[in-house]
Design a protein. Structure first.
Length: 176
């Protein structure tokens, strides 16, 4: 398999996961989106919102991809998490403003659109490009390929949590 084919396998597999996630969420009611495994755990809407926001953070803030308006979509005016700086807060951190199925699907779709375009455009050589940012804890450098893997594994992890919650309540889980 050529390196370009390898990127296509990743893009196609991730696209399938994205489609299953959107299908599972698109018709959920606010009550269903508020389901969780236990009271202190995140609700379905928080998991999905977090997934979309993390995609925007890594691909936009770190790699410079996507429209800044997409990144701004996930910013909130308040956080219900004590001591969380507002600049680090996302949809999942404002429990007073649960997101609707429409908002979640839109957020996942717009972030997927620019990720998918990147995966189709980049070559295997592009994955070794390094990106450095100054963080409060110090300077950090990551490679583009690491970001792709990190966001993909994050999607798979939280998609599995959503699937498990839905299945536990008798709703259709992701069809993986």
């Amino acid at each position: 398999m050529s390196p370009a084919d390898s990127l296509s396998v990743i893009a196609d597999g991730w696209a399938n996961h994205q489609a299953q996630l959107v299908r599972a969420l698109q018709d959920l009611t606010p009550e269903q989106l508020d389901l969780r495994t236990a009271p202190p755990q995140w609700a379905v809407w928080q998991l999905a919102g977090h997934m979309a926001g993390v995609r925007a953070y890594w691909f936009h803030d770190w790699l410079g991809e996507g429209d800044p308006g997409v990144r701004d979509l996930f910013r909130v005016e308040q956080a219900t998490v004590p001591d969380l700086p507002l600049e680090d807060a996302g949809w999942e951190d404002d429990e007073d403003r649960p997101r609707t199925a429409h908002e979640l699907v839109e957020g996942l779709t717009v972030t997927w659109d620019f990720i998918h375009a990147c995966l189709r455009r980049w070559t295997s050589e592009d994955l070794s490009a390094a990106f450095t940012r100054q963080r409060p804890s110090g300077e950090r450098t990551v490679e583009r390929g690491w970001v792709v893997w990190h966001v993909l594994e994050h999607d798979i992890h939280h998609g599995g949590e959503i699937s498990q919650i839905l299945g536990c309540y008798g709703l259709p889980p992701l069809d993986v």
